[in-house]
Write a protein that binds this ligand. Structure first.
Ligand SMILES: C[S@@+](CC[C@H](N)C(=O)[O-])C[C@H]1O[C@@H](n2cnc3c(N)ncnc32)[C@H](O)[C@@H]1O
Ligand code: SF4
Length: 447
């Protein structure tokens, strides 16, 4: 990385922090906002399944410890919420089910996916699982329903698996490889999630992870840089230690070089063959509707946040309402920047199409930002499109990581019900939060 690229990285990171701060103009809602579809717009449906049997130290996704009765009534509420949005006139062609562990109760998930297929024009469904829910006889139940299943592996190194408390829960490297080879070929796309840049991870450990993943030959491999936020940094330090050298850039280059025979779907996802289904629903659809506890919707420049607390969520659905309890506004420029990031993350932006969709003039509206990206050689323009360069791909990994880390802030505040009682969100934020720079936040996982 040269001096200008280093500068571009720091500048973009600071701009992202600023945008996230401004974006966090969150207003708590007295009554949920009714969602209304707009003519001619395509939306994606996101569904959240907030249950895991055990928790991993690096993970800040919204989740509760699994309990069968709790999960059954949650799925029932979810199906009621699906009916509510159907009655509001929404339709979708694409569904992303995220968690937690979405296959944790296969029977309930099956009923819920079947309902989605019945009510909407869904053509593709993507789900996430841990390695304990990918047995062939269970996956077979989802043939013709799930098109892409991503399975969290994180690493094939037994030392790392032990440190992140997954060795005993999900199996050794050898057991994981066996589970994956038996699961392959049942559903159209099987994706392996790996994490890189764990504190203390060596280049050899990374190369070994990549070699094993490649030998297994899943249709996709996704390599996330380790993301640390206020919610997870202490647990990460306790389980993995603290590293004094950051290998993220070097390791990212190694990954791209190692997987160069794969097609790069976006900055961190690689496919054996090009396909539209990947891990980043935000980069494939500008507007999405989130259902379930703790789900976000991004509609008409507003981020709507569903109730995190399962009782609140159940109560709102029983009242036959939408389950959102707060919203955040974004001004037009913030929306353009957000959509720009999510699209360039996938490698290419068609300028005319972008301008038409957002009713903007990209090159004028983001003149300074684009100039910086061009000067640092993060993007280049060709035939009315912007493309990300090798350096750009890394820069956009860093910015996407910043974006997700920023989202942890929202999760932190909304998970902790006590903070929100008798106070407004802005006060809670002011008291506790300096978004991306670490300030201790009390967080009790599992509630
Ligand atoms: C929502 S999780 C669900 C996966 C599934 N429950 C499991 O653990 O196998 C989806 C993926 O996000 C990635 N992930 C979670 N926390 C992360 C973090 N702090 N940094 C980087 N990637 C993370 C992991 O690769 C994980 O498999
Ligand atoms: S990584 Fe997966 S299993 Fe672990 S806590 Fe997160 S969602 Fe649950």
């Amino acid at each position: 990385m040269n001096f200008f690229q280093n500068l571009a990285l720091k500048y973009s990171h600071n701009m992202m922090e600023k945008s996230l701060r401004q974006g966090f103009n969150v207003e708590l809602l007295k009554t949920p906002k009714k969602k209304v579809p707009q003519d001619g717009k395509q939306y994606m449906l996101y569904m959240h399944i907030p249950f895991c049997h055990t928790f991993c130290p690096y993970c800040s996704f919204h989740k509760y410890y699994y309990n069968e009765n709790l999960a059954k009534s949650y799925f029932e509420n979810l199906r009621n919420e699906i009916q509510i949005i159907k009655d509001q006139g929404f339709d979708f062609t694409s569904l992303y089910v995220g968690g937690g562990t979405t296959l944790i109760n296969e029977e309930e998930l099956l009923k819920t996916l079947e309902l989605c297929k019945k009510l909407f024009s869904i053509k593709e469904i993507s789900c996430e699982s841990d390695p304990n829910h990918i047995k062939a006889e269970k996956l077979t139940l989802f043939k013709g329903l799930i098109d892409r299943l991503s399975c969290g592996i994180q690493s094939f190194d037994n030392d790392i698996l032990k440190k992140i408390s997954r060795y005993n829960k999900f199996g050794s490297s050898e057991e994981l490889q066996e589970k994956i080879s038996k699961a392959l070929g049942i559903l159209p796309i099987f994706s392996i999630d790996l994490i890189f840049n764990f504190p203390g991870q060596t280049k050899d450990q990374l190369l070994n992870d990549l070699q094993i993943a490649k030998n297994l030959a899943p249709q996709q491999i996704t390599t996330y840089p380790l993301m640390k936020s206020n919610l997870t940094k202490d647990n990460i330090a306790k389980s993995l230690g603290v590293s004094f050298k950051d290998n993220e850039f070097e390791f990212y280059q190694i990954i791209r070089e190692y997987l160069k025979s794969y097609t790069q779907n976006n900055s961190w996802s690689f496919s054996l063959e090009k396909n539209s289904l990947n891990d980043e629903y935000v980069s494939s659809h500008h507007e999405y509707l989130g259902i379930g506890s703790g789900a976000f919707s991004f509609l008409e420049g507003e981020l709507l946040i569903n109730a995190f607390n399962l009782n609140d969520y159940a109560r709102l659905i029983k009242e036959e309402r939408n389950a959102n309890i707060a919203k955040a506004y974004f001004n037009k420029k913030e929306i353009i920047k957000y959509v720009f990031l999510t699209e360039i993350f996938a490698g290419k932006i068609e300028i005319n199409k972008f301008n038409k969709t957002l009713n903007c003039n990209l090159e004028k509206d983001l003149f300074v930002e684009l100039l910086g990206l061009k000067l640092s050689k993060a993007i280049y323009k060709e035939n009315d499109s912007f493309y990300s360069t090798d350096f750009g791909k890394y820069l956009f990994v860093v910015l996407m990581k910043d974006f997700y880390t920023g989202m942890d802030l929202v999760r932190a505040v909304f998970r902790d019900d006590k903070r929100l009682k008798n106070k407004n969100f802005i006060d809670v934020m002011k008291e506790n939060v300096d978004p991306l720079n670490s300030i201790d936040m009390e967080f009790k996982s599992g509630q």
